[in-house]
Design a protein around this ligand. Structure first.
Ligand SMILES: Nc1ncnc2c1ncn2[C@@H]1O[C@H](COP(=O)(O)OP(=O)(O)O)[C@@H](O)[C@H]1O
Ligand SMILES: [Mg+2]
Length: 392
């Protein structure tokens, strides 16, 4: 396994002149508000640990003031930590000399902000090439590379235009192109799409996801919007009052929110559409039996064990050969019925359609075809009422 790109360990930042007392209070469980009331110190980030794996989009999500930007600044060391450390590629950022740090930020940690601050008198191409220019890359090469990323974000035809001639959404793409052009090993995007209207925001998310499919970058993405986090995040860390309250994949967070703060983000959002067959399957609901050319009624009866209506029949590689039902018990040679399998990653809506059309529970299989669980109508109904019930 690859070592993580970024490791954050016990990171704390208290803003103020005497952080010690604040840190002690925090360690004893005090909230950011209590610390402020008693000491006047402002908690930015408290005791945050996580790692970002190579090639994933790691999203920091939380309300405004929860510490997302501070955490980002601690990672690229624009802010000094009160405690804890940050490793990038296994290297402690604190030990990097100042001069090298600037180069590191420029090359290895490209930042994209909400306001892209394009230079109005320069062309789109020149703006996109700016990071490379600062890094000392010659004109011809930087323009070639900038043109490549402009193509990737769909702006090649506008290369010679000025930013003001472009719409807001297109300007955001220029900013993204500028960050991409330096080919950073880590992209840090702080609320990069937050100022856009919902339609443009979704479009930018798609641009990012498409780029990610071609070229897996490591991206640290800050957002206060759960739907955005769900759409683009490989994993999400949810922050509250400087702390991380939960880390997980979108599915893990939906199926098992840590507390009411996390749950509150889901209000008004149809979270069920982020679920897959794997999230609602049961692993022990349907008995299993080994396939053999001649099945006999007694082994079927033993498998069904008096209570089950169906059993799945697996071959030696745990692939589904079919199912047998209770109705087969009367026959001397029970019949193996065909059944379709559902991939573990199948989205809920497809699962619903197929489960509803089937009289038996459906087997769920891994990408390699091996059996991992089953879904039936009850599983589907449960998940729909739980996730959609509050706003139908
Ligand atoms: N330079 C600073 N001095 C004092 N307080 C700060 C500073 N930067 C951030 N804060 C405080 O730290 C907390 C976290 O802020 P921030 O990281 O910007 O949150 P977010 O990005 O999640 O909105 C807030 O209470 C904010 O007021
Ligand atoms: Mg912020």
């Amino acid at each position: 396994m690859n070592s993580p790109k970024v490791v954050v360990e016990g990171l704390c930042k208290v803003f103020g002149t005497s952080p010690k007392e604040a840190v002690a209070m925090l360690a004893a469980g005090a909230t950011k508000e209590e610390v402020f009331a008693r000491t006047g110190q402002i908690v930015g980030v408290h005791n945050v640990s996580f790692d970002v794996k190579e090639g994933e989009i790691f999203v920091l999500m939380g309300l405004s003031g929860s510490g997302k930007s501070t955490l980002i600044r601690l990672i690229n060391r624009l802010v000094e930590p009160t405690a804890g450390k940050v490793l990038i590629d296994g290297r402690d950022v604190a030990s990097v000399p100042r001069k090298e740090l600037i180069a590191l930020r420029r090359k290895d940690m490209s930042m994209v902000f909400q306001s892209f601050a394009l230079m109005p008198q320069r062309t789109v191409l020149s703006n996109a090439a700016f990071g490379l220019e600062v890094a000392g890359v010659g004109r011809k090469e930087r323009e070639t590379r900038a043109m490549t990323v402009l193509e990737q974000v769909g702006l090649a035809p506008f290369a010679e235009k000025l930013p003001a001639q472009l719409s807001g959404g297109m300007q955001q793409r220029v900013g993204l192109a500028r960050a991409l052009a330096v080919n950073p090993s880590l992209m840090i995007m702080d609320e990069a799409f937050s100022a856009l209207d919902p339609l443009k925001r979704k479009e930018m998310q798609n641009v990012l996801l498409n780029l990610q499919r071609e070229q897996q970058r490591t991206i640290l993405f800050v957002s206060h919007d759960l739907e955005e986090a769900m759409r683009i995040g490989t994993r999400i860390a949810i922050m509250e009052g400087g702390r991380v309250v939960q880390i997980g994949t979108p599915q893990e967070i939906i199926t098992n929110p840590a507390d009411d703060y996390v749950r509150a983000f889901f209000e008004g959002i149809d979270t069920s559409r982020y679920l897959t067959a794997g999230d609602l399957m049961q692993t022990d609901a349907v008995p299993l039996m080994q396939h053999s050319p001649q099945m006999d009624a007694s082994s079927v009866a033993a498998t069904l064990n008096g209570s089950a209506d169906y059993a799945f029949v697996l071959d030696s590689e745990r692939r589904i050969r079919g199912f047998v039902g209770r109705d087969a018990l009367g026959s001397a040679s029970p019949q193996l019925n065909q059944i379709e399998c559902i991939r573990r990653s199948t989205p809920l809506d497809d699962v619903v359609e197929r489960v509803v059309a089937s009289r038996a529970p459906l087997p769920v299989v891994e990408a390699d075809g091996s059996y991992c669980g089953s879904v039936n109508k009850t599983n589907v109904l449960n998940v729909l009422t739980r996730h959609r019930g509050s706003h139908v």
